[in-house]
Design a protein around this ligand. Structure first.
Ligand code: 5GP
Ligand code: ZN
Length: 114
């Protein structure tokens, strides 16, 4: 997708603090962090949101969650706890229309989220 910010970052063309890259997944620090650890995990493939996930994305989703767990450990929040969030659509506040998972940690978090 030409005009997609996260496709640009996934291709290496964007300006991002990348913390993990594989053939299928990229992870980078959020530009506007909401917690001491705030990393975004994205598939390299342009998928608009969790609404657009298909059966063929099964392995990709496993990799995204396994990478989140790995990065939580690497950022020392695996014992204190962490949260994975994906926003879908306007009520959830999705602002970038390329599937991404927020990995948040390093502070206590409230439930339900605001
Ligand atoms: P959403 O609101 O769609 O769930 O999350 C989009 C996230 O992308 C936001 O947390 C926002 O701070 C982050 N973001 C937007 N533009 C950029 C950027 O250019 N670089 C980085 N690293 N993060 C971005
Ligand atoms: Zn994209």
């Amino acid at each position: 997708m030409e005009d997609c910010l996260f496709c640009k970052i996934a291709s290496g063309a964007g300006d991002a603090d990348v913390v993990h890259v594989s053939d299928n997944v990229v992870a980078f620090r959020d530009i506007n962090p909401q917690a001491p650890v705030h990393i975004l995990l994205i598939p390299k493939e342009h998928i608009e949101s969790a609404r657009s996930v298909k059966d063929r994305h099964g392995d990709l989703l496993v990799e995204l969650f396994a990478t989140a767990a790995h990065l939580a450990k690497a950022n020392d929040v695996d014992r204190s706890g962490w949260r994975v969030v994906t926003n879908v659509g306007p009520d959830a506040g999705q602002s970038v229309h390329h599937l991404h998972f927020h990995l948040l940690g390093g502070r206590p978090m409230k439930w339900p989220p605001g």
